[in-house]
Design a protein around this ligand. Structure first.
Ligand SMILES: [Zn+2]
Length: 353
């Protein structure tokens, strides 16, 4: 065997060893941000936070008198949140006029935001609905809805806070926001976003699976359901979700199912994990636009998944590219992606000192 051939084999072996699929010492991870985090609070907390009427309904499972709620006839476009904790529960598209005296919805926003419990109070068997985040009482759900879902979420106005589209726009255009993206190996995606103007921080982690506190080893086995993802915190005055998604669709291949280059498995799936309806809508409309303009030869397979829990990965995965620049995988796989990004988004890079 020639030296050259030996060299290539050795190099390929080295790259494979250095790639994401390798098994490294596992360390316990901890949940950093959790959209559906249990927000159970003490009774005195709720008494101080809520009005008397809100406390009676949300915490003591009371019911407002029919036809009295402020949101009963509301037909404005917007989002309905839990009045106690701000968890987004319904959108105006889901609301219908049920003539039952309480605001009614035929669906809930995806992502397990509402939990149910059998309720034997008032001398009958009903299904109570509660905010999954704070446990606040919302109302009941019935199987007599007139739309295709067949369901009627019968909710107290007092349990809800309504934000119109205008209010949502104001709320979503100021301050910081966070988005979770999976574009294959997290080392690559993290290194790219660190250079985008307006990005405050990027961390590597795991989300979208069923196991609590997953380790790198467990995620790499492909059995936990998690994807390797990054969490981006950004300043909405300096960049936008739209720009972040555009970078995403340039620097990874959204058309290969459960694969990025040599990295294969559901842990490398292309995914956008949204925290709210606004993020989902912006992602969906960009994907629709890219499909319509036939930007790629093959269909986009990027999944839009409601975020449940984001677990920050072990310390040695953080800032991986900058700490391991001379490594084969960083040179061969990550650097070309960074070069591509810097070429296309050259006016949008962070100013280097
Ligand atoms: Zn709540």
């Amino acid at each position: 065997m020639s030296n050259l051939k030996m060299g290539i084999i050795f190099y390929v072996f080295f790259v494979i060893l250095s790639a994401c699929g390798q098994t490294k010492p596992a360390k316990q991870t901890k949940p950093i941000s959790n959209n559906m985090e249990n927000f159970e609070q003490t009774d005195s907390f709720w008494k101080a936070k809520l009005s008397e009427e809100q406390y009676y309904i949300l915490r003591e499972k009371g019911t407002e008198r029919p036809y009295t709620g402020k949101l009963l006839m509301n037909k404005e476009k917007g989002v309905y949140k839990c009045a106690a904790c701000g968890n987004e529960l319904f959108t105006s598209d889901m609301k219908f006029d049920s003539h039952c005296g309480w605001p009614s919805f035929d669906r809930e926003i995806a992502g397990g935001k509402i939990k149910t419990e059998t309720d034997f109070s008032a001398g009958m068997k009903r299904t109570e609905i509660m905010c999954a985040k704070c446990g606040g009482h919302l109302g009941h759900i019935f199987d007599d809805g007139p739309t295709e879902t067949g369901q009627r979420y019968c909710v107290n106005s007092v349990s809800l806070e309504f934000l119109s589209e205008d209010e949502l726009a104001t709320e979503t255009n100021t301050g910081n926001d966070t988005i979770i993206l999976g574009g294959g190996c997290f080392w690559c995606v993290e290194a790219i976003y660190q250079n985008l103007e307006g990005v405050i921080s990027v961390s590597s982690g795991y989300a979208g699976g069923s196991v609590k506190n997953p380790t790198y080893k467990a995620v790499c086995s492909g059995t936990t359901g998690h994807a390797e993802v990054i969490e981006i915190v950004f300043d909405k005055a300096k960049t936008s979700l739209d720009e972040i998604f555009k970078v995403f669709f340039v620097v990874h291949d959204p058309t290969t199912l459960n694969r990025q280059g040599a990295d294969a498995g559901t842990q490398y799936r292309s995914t956008i994990m949204y925290r709210n309806e606004n993020q989902r809508t912006i992602a969906k409309s960009l994907i629709d636009q890219l499909e319509k303009e036939k930007v790629y030869d093959n269909p986009i397979v990027t999944t839009l998944e409601p975020l449940s829990v984001y677990y920050k990965a072990e310390d040695y995965h953080q800032d991986y590219f900058n700490n391991n620049k001379s490594q084969g995988y960083c040179q061969m796989v990550i650097q070309p992606k960074i070069d591509k990004f810097e070429k296309i988004f050259k006016d949008r890079l962070k100013k280097k000192n």
